[in-house]
Write a protein that binds this ligand. Structure first.
Ligand SMILES: Nc1ncnc2c1ncn2[C@@H]1O[C@H](COP(=O)(O)OP(=O)(O)OP(=O)(O)O)[C@@H](O)[C@H]1O
Ligand SMILES: [Mg+2]
Length: 276
C-alpha cells in the first residue's frame, strides 16, 4: 500500500459495530485521564453496556498496568482486544516494549492507532473509550481528524494551571467540531475518615471552566490514595471497591456522560465553546 501523498486525506476510519466513540482527554499530563477513562469504562459496563477501552497513548500507555495485564502478551494465544473485567482492551503496551514505541515518529503512531481501530473486532460495543495522551500531538490529530468521534470528555484538576491546559484540550475538539460532552474535575476534594470533605486544592475550578466555556459540567471525582493504589495493582477502583463513595462518583459521572450523549444525539444544538 502506498502512503498517502501530501494533501491526500487518509481514508476516514469507520467503526461499524461501535455505537459511541468517546475520547477522554485533557491538555495536560497527569491529571487522571487514564484513571477516569478506566473507571468510566467500568461504570458504564456496570450499568449494562458493552464497553471497550483503547489506549490512544502510544508513548505512555497506562492500560496494561491499570488493568493488570502482564506484558508483552503472547500474541499466539491471546486474541486482541483482550477481555478483562467485562471490558475489551487494547494498548500498544500489549505488543511493543515501552522503550521501543517511545521513539516512534508521528506516522508510526498514526498507523498503530489506525490498526487498533480498523483491524480488531471491537463490536458490537455501546461505547469505545479512548484514553488519550496528554497535549495536542499526533495521536490527537489522528483521532480527531480521522475518526467519527461521538464526543469528548475533558479531565481537569482544580488548580488554575491545569485549567489553562484544559482550555487547550477544549479548543482542539472545538476546531474539529467534535462535541465536548463536558468537563470532569478529578482529585476534586478529599473525604476524610470522619466523613468530612476537605478541599485540598482550590475547589470548583472545573465548574468555573465549564461555565466559562459554555460546556456541561459532568461532575467531580474525589482524591483518594486507594484510586492510585488500585491503578498500580491492576484492578481499578470501580471493580475493586464497588460500594465505595468514589465508585458512586464514577457511576454518577457515567450517568452524566450518557445524559449528554442523549442530548447531543437528540439533535441538541451544541453551544460554541467560548474561549474568552
Ligand atoms: N482521584 C484520584 N485520587 C488519587 N489518585 C489519583 C486519582 N486520579 C488519578 N490518580 C493518580 O494520579 C496519577 C496520574 O493519573 P493518570 O495516569 O490517570 O493521569 P493521566 O492524565 O492519564 O496522565 P498522562 O498524561 O501521563 O497520561 C496516577 O498515579 C493515578 O493513580
Ligand atoms: Mg494517561
Amino acid at each position: 500500500m502506498r502512503p498517502p501523498g501530501p494533501g491526500t486525506p487518509p481514508p476516514r476510519i469507520s467503526l461499524p459495530g461501535v455505537r459511541h466513540l468517546l475520547a477522554v482527554a485533557s491538555g495536560k499530563g497527569g491529571v487522571g485521564k487514564s484513571t477516569v477513562a478506566a473507571n468510566l469504562a467500568l461504570a458504564l459496563a456496570r450499568s449494562g453496556a458493552k464497553v471497550g477501552l483503547m489506549d490512544a497513548d502510544i508513548y505512555g500507555p497506562s492500560v496494561p498496568i491499570m488493568m493488570g495485564i502482564p506484558c508483552p502478551v503472547d500474541q499466539a494465544t491471546t486474541p486482541f482486544p483482550i477481555e478483562k473485567y467485562g471490558l475489551k482492551l487494547m494498548s500498544i503496551g500489549f505488543v511493543v516494549p515501552q522503550d521501543r514505541a517511545i521513539i516512534w515518529r508521528g506516522p508510526m503512531v498514526d498507523r498503530a492507532l489506525r490498526q487498533f481501530l480498523t483491524e480488531l473486532s471491537w463490536g458490537p460495543l455501546d461505547y469505545l473509550i479512548l484514553d488519550m495522551p496528554p497535549g495536542t500531538g499526533d495521536a490527537q490529530l489522528t483521532i480527531t481528524q480521522q475518526t467519527n468521534l461521538t464526543g469528548a470528555v475533558i479531565v481537569t484538576t482544580p488548580q488554575d494551571v491545569s485549567l489553562i491546559d484544559a482550555r487547550k484540550g477544549l479548543e482542539m475538539f472545538r476546531e474539529v467540531r467534535v462535541p465536548v460532552l463536558g468537563i470532569v474535575e478529578n482529585m476534586s476534594y478529599f473525604m476524610g475518615e470522619d466523613g468530612k470533605r476537605y478541599d485540598i486544592f482550590r475547589h470548583g475550578g472545573g465548574q468555573k471552566l465549564a461555565e466559562a466555556a459554555g460546556v456541561p459540567f459532568l461532575g467531580e471525582i474525589p482524591i483518594d490514595p486507594r484510586v492510585a493504589e488500585c491503578g498500580d495493582a491492576g484492578e481499578p477502583m470501580v471493580h475493586r471497591y464497588p460500594d465505595s463513595p468514589i465508585t458512586a462518583a464514577y457511576m454518577k459521572l457515567a450517568e452524566s456522560v450518557v445524559a449528554q450523549l442523549d442530548r447531543v444525539e437528540g439533535g441538541a444544538e451544541l453551544p460554541e465553546v467560548q474561549m474568552g
